[in-house]
Design a protein around this ligand. Structure first.
Ligand code: GLY
Length: 386
């Protein structure tokens, strides 16, 4: 388990991260980035650009840049990071005003921005924003089938996705657990548990792998079909989806102490651990063909952070395995999949959004977020956000 050497190693990596963020933050200004273009961060809050699905300010990763700034503020107590984080959080209010563009990822968006802010500073405006997001997420729950609806029509224009749920939502449940604790009202957590119970049944397969998308009949609640989603094909194992499952069920266990969630997290973790290559470099899908070799460093760092979280609760032997695998992944990222130069605003390289996309191996802002989170866990200096 964690040794002094690992801690020292993490401390050194964190120094490099802080050094980089000291110049990336003023350079990025008021942008809300998702990825780099020719090394410079783009700006998803710029509505004059028609992003992929037209998501703009509602783009689901728009909380992570603020999250990185809060991570840096927590690390350094430098007000530059805090002031930038507050500006990002303010900008996201436009999503609430417009409302129609919001989806289940309100959890990701306001956990990493507003809840992080509230936990660090006690900012009452941030608390209100996070409760607003939790209320929107709770409103997406469908009693017919007991699941939280993932996306809206504009995100899957060719399909009717009223009955779609995705494994990623396990992470969004955090804001519901947080809202129940904060308001002492069990409604939010009851919805989170109902969704988690459904996910255990319909997403997790016998071998411990997880589906990405499950479609329900939104009127009867019956499962209609499953989809491969961002992975290789239906029935395969999209690695980032596996990571969301490991981390998400661990979080549900932490908030409820329901042992079945811990068992589910371990079942998926065991599947992942059996499939992590010796190199520690994670394929986009654990079932993808040998060629092309699409990697996903983003799934890798989420899995590493999830395994470190799970290691806190697992029995000694399994905890050791999860910790060692997490360390192996993080060392591979630091040694060969990170950019510390001024040629790029981002750190983690070789991320892939979806197996069948045209573009592969680029930076994604949430890879940096979860990379920093995992390194802070190793250093012993993270906040319990999720
Ligand atoms: N939640 C979508 C993704 O992980 O790409």
């Amino acid at each position: 388990m964690k040794t002094e050497n690992d801690k020292k190693w993490a401390e050194n990596v964190l120094k490099k991260i802080v050094n980089k963020m000291m110049w990336v933050t003023p350079k990025t200004g008021d942008k809300i980035p998702y990825k780099t273009m020719d090394g410079t961060y783009d700006d998803r809050s710029d509505e004059s650009i028609a992003w992929g699905g037209g998501d703009g300010i509602n783009w689901w990763t728009n909380g992570f840049w603020g999250g990185i700034l809060w991570q840096m503020y927590h690390q350094t107590k430098d007000d530059m990071f805090k002031n930038s984080a507050i500006r990002v959080e303010d900008k996201l209010d436009r999503c609430f005003e417009e409302f129609y563009g919001l989806h289940h990822d309100v959890g990701f968006m306001w956990m990493t921005s507003a809840v992080y802010d509230y936990k660090l500073t006690g900012n009452e405006v941030a608390r209100k924003r996070a409760l607003h997001a939790a209320t929107i997420l709770a409103g997406r729950f469908n009693l017919n089938g007991n699941f939280i609806r993932a996306w809206n029509e504009n995100e899957q224009p060719e399909k009717n996705c009223t009955g779609w749920a995705i494994i990623d939502c396990m992470m969004n449940l955090s804001i519901l657990y947080w809202a129940s604790k904060e308001t002492k009202d069990p409604r939010f957590a009851a919805i989170a548990k109902a969704h988690a119970n459904t996910a255990q049944k319909v997403f997790i397969r016998e071998d411990g792998s997880s589906n990405h998308i499950v479609e329900f009949d939104p009127n009867t609640g019956k499962v209609v079909k499953t989809y491969g989603g961002q992975g290789y094909e239906n029935g395969s194992a999209w690695s980032r989806g596996q990571a969301w499952a490991v981390y998400g069920f661990t979080i549900s266990y932490e908030h409820t102490k329901d042992m079945s969630y811990l068992e589910t997290a371990e079942k998926v973790a065991d599947y992942c651990c059996a499939n992590i290559p010796e190199s520690g470099l994670i394929p986009c899908d654990f079932c993808q063909p040998k060629e092309p070799v699409w990697e996903d460093s983003c799934g890798a760092v989420i899995l590493a952070s999830g395994l470190l979280q799970l290691a806190k609760h697992a029995q000694a032997k399994k905890a050791e395995l999860y910790y060692e695998k997490a360390l192996c992944i993080l060392k591979a990222i630091v040694e060969s999949r990170s950019d510390w130069t001024e040629n790029s605003d981002a750190i983690v390289t070789n991320c892939t959004a979806a197996y069948h996309d045209k573009e592969h191996h680029f930076n994604m802002v949430y890879a940096d977020y979860f990379f920093i989170e995992a390194i802070q866990k190793l250093q012993g200096n993270t906040i319990d956000l999720w």
